[in-house]
Ligand binder design. Structure first.
Ligand SMILES: C[S@@+](CC[C@H](N)C(=O)[O-])C[C@H]1O[C@@H](n2cnc3c(N)ncnc32)[C@H](O)[C@@H]1O
Length: 206
């Protein structure tokens, strides 16, 4: 039987349940699929965080951590205090095997509140999680809640969802209400093997 093309399938999903079911199946070959296409966002996001917060001792929540590719990139930059959450058990199981996260939790980021205390992290990374039928732009309110004032949120996302515009509108609204400040938006590679570019958005929590 030919292997499923998850990149194709993941764009056709209509509900969060379908998304979860895909990642449950994708987990086993996710790293192989992404590395063979030179997935760039984890490293770009880790570098963006390092620019804002060079202190290697900061505590970071990797929201929608998947198999842990962002943890590998964050560790390469020198960060150690990494915590992860995701709604897919199969992805979390892979992440657990890496032994890079201090804690891992099953959390649906569209379901608030998530199980973390307000202001407990110095930074949050969300790499490849804001997308169609994935994590809703509104979830950024909850991610901002768990970051301390003066902390950083890094979002890595592909061109398609950026262009759709709802995340940017949400961020601009939060800027107007003085919850966040948009520090930078950098365009670059996302999944070069699929000819897909994307954005790294750096946010300061007010
Ligand atoms: C494209 S993968 C990115 C994984 C990892 N951050 C990376 O860069 O490799 C998207 C991840 O978001 C997770 N996800 C999607 N919707 C979610 C939700 N509502 N709550 C929590 N995790 C979600 C999926 O399970 C999957 O692990």
């Amino acid at each position: 039987m030919p292997r499923e093309d998850f990149f194709d399938i993941v764009y056709d999903v209509k509900t969060s349940e379908e998304t979860k079911a895909i990642y449950e199946r994708w987990a086993n070959v996710y790293d192989e699929d992404l590395s063979s296409r030179s997935y760039r966002q984890p490293a770009r996001c880790a570098n963006a965080l390092h620019k804002q917060q060079p202190d290697k001792n900061i505590t970071i929540l990797d929201a929608g951590c998947g198999t842990g590719l962002a943890a590998i990139a964050l560790k390469a930059v020198g960060y150690e205090a990494l915590h992860g959450c995701d709604f897919s058990d199969a992805m979390l199981e892979k992440a657990n095997k890496l032994q890079l996260y201090k804690t891992l939790k099953r959390q649906d980021l569209n379901n608030v509140p998530i199980d973390y205390e307000s202001g407990m992290f110095d930074a949050v990374t969300a790499v490849g999680v804001f997308s169609f039928s994935h994590v809703n732009p509104k979830a950024i309110v909850e991610l901002a809640r768990v970051v301390r004032s003066g902390g950083t949120i890094i979002i890595g996302m592909n061109d398609h969802f950026f262009t759709e515009g709802s995340l940017l509108r949400q961020l601009e609204h939060m800027e107007e209400t003085d919850t966040l400040e948009i520090i930078s938006k950098e365009h670059g590679e996302h999944v070069p093997g699929n000819d897909l570019k994307g954005w790294v958005i750096t946010l300061l929590k007010r």
